[in-house]
Write a protein that binds this ligand. Sequence first.
Ligand SMILES: [Mg+2]
Length: 334
Amino acid sequence: MTSPTLPALAALGEFGLISRLTAGAFKHKSVLTGIGDDAAVTALSTGMQLLTSTDMLIEDVHFRRVWHDPYRLGRKSLAASLSDIAAMGGISRWALLSLAIPSDLPLEFLDEFMRGFLALASEHDVALIGGDTCSSRAGLTVSVTAMGEQYPDRIVRRSGALPDDDIWVTGTLGDAALALKLLENGEAVSNELLSRLLDPPPRISAALALAETGLATAMIDVSDGLLADFGHVAEQSAVGCCINLDDIPLSPAFRNHAAQHSVIPHQMVLSGGEDYELCFTAHRSNRGKIADSMKKCGNAVTRIGIVTSFSGVTVVNRDGSTYSSQHDGFNHFT
Ligand SMILES: [Mg+2]
C-alpha cells in the first residue's frame, strides 16, 4: 500500500520533498518572505514583542507509530508549541518545522503528517515559514518552533502569582496519561480518552482571553503534569500552593474508568503529562469575571486551590489531611 521513503525521496530530491510537504501551507500577510529563501522575513505588529518556543518529538520517546496516526501526530506536533506560546498570552503567528526522516517511513505517512500539521496551523492562522529535512538512522524526529507576538503588558509569565491568589485550571486533567497507560497495557481505550492523547486541543482562545483582560497573574500549560508544572510557577513566583485534590476536574471518561476499577488514579491527575490544559492564578476578586470570560470562549474552568506565601506544593484531601504524592511529574530523563 505504501512506498518506502528512500527511493521515493531519491526521485523527489530534497527540494521536491519540501515543495510537496509545504504545498498546503497557509499564507499570512505578516510573512514578507516565506519558504524558499535563506531565511524568512516577517513583520511584527506595531508595539508587539516576539515570543518563541520550540519542542521536539522523538519516535519511541514521545510517540509510537503504532499508536499515533500521522494526521493527528502532525496536529499534536504543532499543538505542543502553540500551547506554550498561548500559555504566555502570545498570539501564535509563525512556525518552523524540521524533520529527521528514517528510510522505512512511507512517503504517505509524511503527506498525512503534513495534512494534520497544516490543518491545525490554518485553524489558528499560523504560517509555516521554514524548517529543514534530513535523513535519520533512528526513527522519526520532529522539531517545531512556534513564534507569536503580544503587547508587552499582556504577556503572562510564570513569575506573577501572589499569595492568596486562586489557582484555576481549564478542561480536565489526567485523560492523556490514562490513555497512554491503557495503550501500554494493551487495554481498550475509549475514543474520548484516545483523542486527548493523540490530538490535544491547545487552549488558545482561553489563554488569549486571559491575556487580553489581564485577569491571570501567572500562567503555564500543563504538559509535564500539574504538580511539576505548577511547581515552576510557585518557584518563579517565590510562593507555594495548596491544591484541593477533590476539586481537580475529571472527564466523564476518566470518572467511568475510575468507577469501573473502584479507584481514582490520582497520580495520573496530578503528575500525568500532555493534557495541554492551562493552569493560571488570579486575584480572588476576579472569580466572576474569569467564569464569564471562559464561558464566552467556550472553555470549562475550575478553581482548584490557592497560592500560599510559604513555599511548597501541598495537595490536601477533602478532610483537610495532606495527600502524599509518590511522583512529581514526568521526568524526561528517566
Ligand atoms: Mg509549557
